[in-house]
Design a protein around this ligand. Structure first.
Ligand SMILES: [Zn+2]
Length: 142
């Protein structure tokens, strides 16, 4: 078995959403304080400079996670195509911040979205957990 070093950083964002084609409470517009827990892993620690003995700079890691979460904070997460253009324009006209995403706005899909965004920044991400509530947790793992 391979041994690994890892770090975990947590961030949260408040956002509204609703689930299309869902028959239950979640088809209605509602909000959550979404918690995001990101795990990075690396087999070897850095050997030189300011990061010697570290997987990576925790501050840089935390900042990256917070920045991506910040993009969704206090927005209305909308699945592309789930609201017609007129409704979207009306909401935007009222000054509401909308985040249109190309997937159904489930915690699972959001976990995958965070994973992709952080991986693109060069972080060695292995897992992202997104919690809608402390009882409802989803994750995406490489
Ligand atoms: Zn929900």
């Amino acid at each position: 078995m391979t041994s690994m070093y890892g770090l975990r950083a947590q961030a949260h964002f408040d956002a509204a959403h609703f689930l299309t084609d869902y028959y239950g409470k979640c088809e209605n517009l509602h909000g959550h304080r979404w918690e995001v827990l990101v795990t990075v892993e690396q087999a070897e620690l850095q050997t030189e400079g300011t990061m010697r003995g570290m997987v990576l700079d925790f501050g840089v890691f935390k900042k990256a996670v917070r920045q991506v979460a910040g993009e969704l904070d206090h927005t209305f997460l909308v699945e592309e195509g789930s609201l017609d253009a007129t409704t979207l324009d009306l909401l935007r006209g009222k000054g509401f911040a909308m985040k249109v995403l190309p997937f159904r706005t489930t915690a699972e899909n959001l976990a995958r979205w965070f994973f992709g965004r952080l991986e693109a920044e060069g972080l060695p991400v292995v897992e992202v957990e997104v919690d809608e509530t402390p009882e409802n947790r989803a994750f995406y793992r490489a």
